[in-house]
Design a protein around this ligand. Structure first.
Ligand code: FAD
Length: 498
């Protein structure tokens, strides 16, 4: 490698290459060649980090090579073993202390690793499984049943739980589609803690056990909740794989790929098997992308992982007759992982609370022609009901409309309904000028009666509305207000009751 021009190598290749070089002189030459050539910051950092590592080992009279790896002479073949866990010290200098402050432990990509099963991280809250955990288990069951039919291999659905008092919930996961439920209990884990949760889930995934004789999960689903997003990114990073975030569609199928980075054979199409196709809404829901996590010729990416938008899939009906294995996971949790002491918990003031209202009038980007007028008309309709409030789609929150002062206070994120806003289920939900993107839908589709007003008869919201009024909200809203004020709706309801 040292004879090679680093300019011919990608940064990732250089990072790999330098791990096998023990000679500081050769590394310095490489650094100079990079500086005089492409001069890439990340490449130089990788080489410099390796120089520091080698020097530290020499100066301290210690050998960085793991005792298991041989004689400690730094033989290039011994210095790195693909697929084994490797403790690396990255010299991140704290200017005050002048010494290494970060130890990162990571697993390197495997070569010819063995991957199996679909894992599902089942988030809990207040001693219950979140709905999204149940939904993911239902989807995982469906996918792995299809997988068995398509590929003839019975691979399992593995539920993963971390918290306090998880055993019963682990058993519940079996009734909801899991074949195995592995849980880690500790009273300090009653609420989500970034560091220990990450370490525990990563340890479950990469450590072989009686019930798991493979290297890493084949697939891994996480919930796209606040905590799930945090955990999914960390765990997939620890496992040296990627993550497709906020997905709402999943299928497993083979895929013909022509990209030479993946095939290693320019001009050739190669079929990759058993690929999880992870669909996610992009560009604020205007387009769906399908993300694939596919191995490179010299590097494997597993688990194929994603986070899943709540409400995207159906949970299966609990089946008490299902059988499965419930496993308690055990590793020491060093105090160091709990360095942040949580002394008090509080619930943030959510400002406007839309839950519990009889009626919600929600508006979306359909007000775009005259946002001030649109808000005024919606507020008029709100006022016509006894117990109503105004909700917004995220489209409004992010639109930066220039509205007049008297309606400004209505355009706030705290009124947003949907995946990243409030979840409501009032007796009556009126959606005016809202297209019905999945992220909005999950916040309101449990409402008893949904009335949508939209100029586009093909708008997605039509599919989950009880009444669809094809029309311009600037015409329809005032007519509805008049009808309510005139008591006409009461008359219609009374007629219906007869
Ligand atoms: C990670 C993530 C999280 C998200 N979280 C949320 C969330 O919590 N809540 C949420 O709402 N969105 C959320 N979104 C955004 C979401 O994907 C959509 O972009 C958003 O819901 C669209 O808002 P909209 O329906 O108001 O606008 P659009 O999609 O632009 O729809 C406007 C609709 O108004 C109709 N229309 C136009 N003029 C009129 C008129 N004069 N009268 C009647 N109808 C008219 C149009 O036909 C169209 O159907 C999220 C997106 C991402 C990526």
């Amino acid at each position: 490698m040292t004879d090679t021009d680093p300019g011919d190598r990608t940064v990732e290749e250089i990072e790999d290459d330098v791990r096998t070089i023990e000679d500081p002189g050769a590394l310095s030459d490489l650094l100079t060649a990079e500086e005089e050539g492409k001069d890439r910051k990340t490449a130089k950092e990788a080489i410099q980090a390796r120089i520091n590592e080698v020097r530290e080992a020499t100066d301290g009279g210690e050998d960085t090579v793991d005792a298991d790896e041989g004689d400690g002479t730094g033989d290039a073949d011994d210095a790195e073993t693909e697929g084994e866990y490797e403790a690396t010290e990255e010299d991140v200098q704290d200017p005050d202390e002048g010494e290494a402050t970060l130890d990162k432990k990571h697993v390197r990509a495997l070569e010819n690793g063995v991957y199996q099963d679909m894992w599902v991280y089942c988030e809990t809250q207040g001693g219950e499984l979140l709905d999204v955990s149940k939904e993911m288990l239902g989807k995982a069951r469906e996918l792995m049943d299809g997988y068995a039919e398509d590929y003839g291999d019975e691979e399992r659905v593995v539920a993963v739980l971390v918290g306090d008092d998880m055993e019963e919930l682990a058993e519940e996961c079996i009734t909801l589609g899991a074949d195995v439920a592995v849980y880690h209990d500790d009273e300090r884990l009653a609420r989500f803690r970034h560091k220990p949760y990450t370490e525990i889930v990563a340890d479950m995934a990469r450590t072989k056990a009686d019930w798991k004789d493979y290297d890493k999960p084949r697939y891994f689903l996480f919930p796209a909740t606040n905590n799930g997003r945090d955990l999914s990114a960390q765990v997939q990073g620890e496992l040296d794989s990627g993550l497709a975030s906020d997905c709402s569609g999943l299928t497993i199928t083979d895929e013909l790929i022509s990209n030479p980075v993946k095939t290693g054979e320019p001009g050739e199409k190669v079929e990759f098997e058993r690929i999880l196709h992870m669909q996610r809404p992009d560009f604020s829901g205007f387009e769906y992308s399908t993300i694939l996590c596919i191995d490179n010729p010299d590097r494997e990416f597993h688990p194929q992982g994603c986070s899943v938008i709540p409400g995207s899939f159906d949970a299966m009906a609990p089946d008490g007759d299902r059988e499965g294995e419930v496993i308690a996971h055990d590793i020491d949790l060093p105090d160091d992982w709990f360095r942040v002491a949580v002394t008090e918990w509080d619930t943030l003031d959510t400002g406007v609370d839309l839950t519990g209202r009889e009626v919600i009038v929600a508006i979306g980007r359909g007000i775009g022609d005259d946002p001030t007028k649109g808000i005024e008309l919606a507020v008029d309709l709100v006022d016509a009901f006894d117990d109503a409030d105004l909700g917004l789609s995220r489209g409004i929150v992010t639109a930066s409309y220039n509205v007049e002062g008297h309606v400004e206070r209505y355009v706030t994120e705290e009124r947003q309904i949907g995946e990243t806003g409030q979840i409501v289920q009032p007796p009556l939900y009126i959606a005016a000028g809202i297209s019905g993107a999945i992220q909005h839908k999950v916040g309101m589709d449990e409402s008893e009666t949904i009335v949508a007003i939209n100029t586009d008869p093909e708008a997605d919201i039509r599919d989950f509305s009880d009444f669809f009024i094809e029309g311009d909200l600037f015409d329809v809203l005032p007519r509805l207000t008049d009808a309510i004020e005139a008591g006409e709706l009461d008359a219609v309801v009374a007629e219906d009751d007869d």
